[in-house]
Design a binder for this molecule. Structure first.
Ligand code: HEM
Length: 157
């Protein structure tokens, strides 16, 4: 049953340019919205001064972006699954695809650590702001690397 569904989706996808455009648009829009918000919050966290007021402002900004980042990631996963199903023969055996999935997994874990460390920073836990700083730099690198590997996928497969 799955094979038939994937075959039907794959031929629908390859026969309709508007559908291909729509799915790829959702993938890129998820990256722009989710990744864009995450990167903005990361840069604010990195730029934050040592004083309590700017620390609180940075943590508030981070909190405000989570919903958009989660929406963006949901769009990336749903459209990503459709992109994968449209060409399983190419992507399932692709080492590059699984490197990308590993990067996405690390990016999600890092994101969960940011949420947890935010609470610790707000509670004034020692070194929490320094940890948040390191997690923000890691998040920046992971979004950049995942986008690079994602862009390479259609070309290097
Ligand atoms: C943070 C998460 C992700 C980022 C930043 C990301 C980024 C990208 C980018 C920039 C592209 C190139 C688009 C193009 O040139 O047309 C791409 C393609 C692709 N992505 Fe993702 N992606 C993410 C998550 C996922 C997930 C979770 C999946 C699968 C479940 C996935 C599957 C794919 C596939 C199969 C392609 C190739 C599409 C094609 O053949 O044109 N991506 N991704």
């Amino acid at each position: 049953m799955w094979t038939q569904m994937i075959e039907a989706w794959s031929s629908l996808y390859s026969d309709h340019a508007a559908l291909r455009t729509a799915v790829e648009f959702v993938h890129i829009a998820g990256l722009v919205a989710g990744g864009g918000c995450a990167i903005t919050a990361d840069l604010a966290t990195i730029a934050v001064g040592g004083d309590a007021a700017s620390r609180t402002a940075a943590v508030r900004l981070l909190e405000g972006t989570h919903r958009i980042v989660l929406l963006g990631l949901t769009a990336l996963f749903l459209s990503g699954g459709l992109l994968l199903a449209a060409d399983v023969e190419t992507y399932w055996p692709s080492r590059l695809f699984w490197i990308k999935m590993a990067l996405v997994a690390v990016l999600l874990v890092n994101g969960a650590l940011i949420v947890r460390t935010e609470g610790q920073a707000e509670a004034g836990q020692p070194h929490a702001v320094a940890r948040l700083h390191t997690l923000a730099i890691t998040s920046l690198l992971l979004w950049g690397l995942t986008t690079l590997v994602g862009t390479a996928l259609p070309n290097l497969g």
